[in-house]
Design a protein around this ligand. Structure first.
Ligand code: GUN
Ligand code: FE
Length: 435
């Protein structure tokens, strides 16, 4: 059922600077689910009225998901990244040669993400073209706005024989086949879009990276990859290429507008400037960074220099599929990174002294910030945006939120800090109810 008018108490964060409350506001959408009017105090006879206690928020954008890793979510995170990949992740991803297995997992994942309010996501699939096409079909059928890539990984030095592209040419041809499939089912600029997806530099030969860069230039399709994630991954690239991940990606033509690179805990300021100047951005995966990088991405510095950034769960490098949890971890990690430099007690000095990230900023990154990074017309309740939203039930019977009379920004903070899946009463994308 397509919605044309909804009347609700809403919050959104259209810019980094401000959360706006839209009390008792009428939002009007056209037949394509694009917002055409936002009228505080307005009304319409046919409007859907959210019940008392429900609050309307923009849907969340998850900038980094490994859809095939959902079966191992919340397990094996005690291993170093390189062992986790070889012993758990590659064997699991290899199973997506089986389309029945792929269908079961991908259907459950997209249902769960939508139920958690994640209306848009940037997905890594696997090396398999048919299963990647299937993930795109499922996102389109269930209505998740999604950018999806077939994983390219062809280097026998880093990838097992049982799970890799047979050659650089195969990696590029398979990537092209998925781009064609997605453009056929969803159109160009539709609800589902393709991404060119070199897994990370260590998994790809120079020939593969070069071919994918050419494909990006030819098609204009976004790129996604991992960047300077951990000491091991960052050092591997330095040793092989004699330069950083960002410099190597630029060399191969893989830093492109609205491309998204995950983690970046070891990005230097000049690496960040390189990403920014190419119109690329970072997926900040605070939970995963705690487990695999043992480090906190310098998010405050990135924001101060104008680098586009959003939040990622990194399913399954992070243990939660929820962007609520990603926002909480973002705030907590920034507090640990900042931890007071106390002139009066120098022996207790630790942390950078950078300003921390508050929940209002995390809310922006989880919504409009992520959408802007990916170049998607969503993430706020502004005219021209697609209506991708969730209704959050804050009443005591609904779930884990206890408002105790809080209003305004304090209520929003409570929602973001304490909501759980039962609090999500309804979810829409393109103005169509999905949950
Ligand atoms: N680096 C290369 N592959 C992966 C992956 O699947 N997850 C994470 N977190 N890092 C990676
Ligand atoms: Fe990842």
């Amino acid at each position: 059922m397509r919605l044309h008018h909804i009347k609700a108490n809403a919050f959104h964060a259209p810019t980094l600077a401000a959360v706006e409350e839209l009390p008792d506001t009428l939002i009007t959408c056209d037949d394509q689910g694009t917002i055409v009017a936002v009228t505080p105090g307005g009304d319409h006879a046919d409007a859907l009225r959210l019940p008392a206690g429900q609050v309307l928020l923009p849907g969340f954008v998850d900038l980094h998901v490994h859809a095939p890793q959902y079966p191992q979510l919340g397990s094996a995170l005690d291993l170093p990244l390189e062992d986790w990949l070889q012993h758990y992740t590659f064997p699991l991803e290899a199973r997506y040669a089986d389309l029945d297995f792929a269908r079961d997992v991908y259907s459950a994942l997209i249902d769960d993400m939508l139920a958690l309010g994640t209306t848009a996501a940037l997905h890594f699939a696997t090396v398999h073209v048919p299963a990647t096409n299937l993930l795109a079909d499922i996102c389109l059928a269930k209505g998740q706005r999604a950018v999806i890539g077939k994983v390219a990984m062809d280097d026998p030095a880093a990838c097992p024989d049982y799970y890799r592209d047979a050659s650089a040419a195969d990696a590029v041809a398979g990537t092209r086949a998925v781009i064609d499939h997605i453009h056929t089912i969803a159109g160009v600029g539709g609800l589902v879009a393709p991404a060119i997806t070199p897994r990370f530099i260590p998994s790809c030969t120079d020939e593969c990276l070069h071919g994918l860069g050419q494909l990006a230039a030819e098609t204009g399709v976004r790129v996604q990859s991992h960047i300077s994630e951990s000491d091991w991954a960052h050092g591997y690239v330095q040793d092989r290429m004699g330069q950083s991940d960002a410099e190597s990606l630029a060399h191969f033509g893989l830093l492109r507008p609205h491309s998204v690179f995950a983690h970046g805990t070891h990005l230097s300021e000049s690496d960040m400037a390189l990403l920014r100047d190419h119109g690329a951005g970072v997926a900040h995966c605070a939970a995963s960074n705690a487990y695999f990088a043992g480090a906190v991405f310098p998010l405050r510095r990135a924001l101060d220099m104008g680098l586009n950034t959003g939040l990622g769960t990194d399913i399954s490098g992070g243990p939660s599929p929820s962007i609520f949890e990603a926002a909480r971890m973002t705030v907590a990690a920034s507090r640990i990174r900042q931890r007071g430099v106390d002139a009066a007690a120098p022996s207790d000095q630790r942390g950078t002294g950078e300003a921390p990230i508050d929940m209002a900023t995390a809310f922006h990154l989880a919504t409009r910030g992520g959408a802007q990074t990916l170049g998607l017309p969503t993430g706020s309740f502004a005219v021209g945006m697609k209506f991708d939203a969730m209704a959050v039930d804050t009443t005591a019977a609904a779930g884990t939120i206890r408002p105790f009379g809080a209003t305004g920004l304090r209520l929003l903070e409570k929602i973001l800090h304490t909501a759980s899946r039962p609090n999500i009463a309804a979810v829409w994308t393109d103005g169509v109810r999905r949950v």
